[in-house]
Ligand binder design. Structure first.
Ligand SMILES: [Fe+2]
Length: 310
């Protein structure tokens, strides 16, 4: 696949300083530039900018070379979608999600493999006489990379066309009238679109080593402020990943995840069309209503009609 990963998100929030401190706690590392953060493997992957209401300002997608950019440009031409092109980028605005997607030439990720945890299972003892490695970890959890973003679109069909036919994303799974899971890498999903009455950023998701680091990361966040808790610990059905969602001070959810399905050979993956009952999770506590319909949705709708509130 000529596209190979998400490079970064630019999140607009009204309260940049407060939100920056949240993502520092979350384990992202501040760079030398204000309000920018990097992950362990992905480099700079989060930039915070001031906007009147919270929203995704820009999403970066990595491509290999100029030929890939040319292919994206000609596909956008076919759809009649305008774009800006430089030597290293093609940027286009998606009306439904309100975001600019910038496809840029970027290095592929080469991730150092995480150690494989040893589990004692029925009939098979892998860790004889030793305590579990996870309980001995004392370092803070630092996300390895930005994995995916979930976006509400006011025009689901045109946003899907934009990502699939325009940019070259692929559909991994879908839930009719609810969600389209799309990938631009071997991860099961990098962008998930939901039809919503207002364009907004539902969550960003950040990969950690394993389920213990999902739990350790969230526990540290909740020790600092229990109000951050949103939903977890659980395991998704679609994508299979372990998850724990927290809420930043602007109202965006951020997810620690591990063990997501990987689609390395497109021919060996059969995209599924799933019922709504499978859409959310395989196990875990029931999701709070505020996860499905964030509490500030009405305010975001009002703000979206105000041309000054960008
Ligand atoms: Fe997610």
């Amino acid at each position: 696949m000529p596209l190979h990963r998400l490079t970064r998100v630019v999140m607009g929030v009204p309260n940049v300083t407060e939100v920056a401190s949240y993502y520092r706690d979350f384990g992202l590392t501040p760079t030398t530039e204000d309000h920018r953060f990097s992950t362990v493997d992905g480099g700079e992957q989060l930039a915070l900018v001031k906007t009147a209401r919270r929203r995704l300002v820009e999403l970066g997608v990595g491509a290999d070379d100029a030929d890939d950019l040319g292919r994206v440009a000609s596909r956008l031409d076919k759809l009649g979608i305008s774009y800006e092109r430089t030597d290293t980028t093609v940027s286009a605005h998606d009306r439904g999600t309100g975001a600019v997607v910038r496809v840029e030439i970027a290095e592929r990720l080469a991730q150092r493999p995480a150690p494989t945890p040893l589990y004692n299972n029925p009939g098979s003892v892998a860790r004889a006489g030793a305590r579990a490695d996870a309980i001995l970890r004392e370092d803070r959890v630092h996300p390895r990379k930005l994995g995916h973003v979930v976006l509400g679109s006011t025009d689901h069909e045109s946003s899907q066309r934009f990502f699939i036919d325009g940019l070259g994303f692929k559909i991994s799974d879908s839930v009719p009238d609810m969600a389209t899971f799309m990938r631009c890498s071997s991860d099961h999903h990098n962008v998930l679109l939901q039809p919503t009455p207002v364009a907004f950023l539902h969550h960003t998701s950040w990969q950690v080593d394993d389920v213990d680091d999902v739990g350790r990361g969230a526990t540290a966040m909740l020790e600092a402020d229990p109000e951050r808790h949103t939903w977890g610990l659980g395991r998704h059905f679609i994508g299979s990943n372990f998850f724990w969602y927290l809420r930043d001070p602007a109202g965006n959810f951020s997810e620690y995840y591990s063990d997501m399905d990987c689609i390395v050979n497109d021919a060996l993956w059969q995209p599924g069309v799933w019922e709504a009952s499978k859409a959310l999770y395989s196990w875990g506590p029931p999701p709070p209503p505020s996860f499905l319909a964030p509490e500030d949705l009405a305010a975001l709708m009002t703000g979206s009609h105000d041309p000054d509130a960008r």
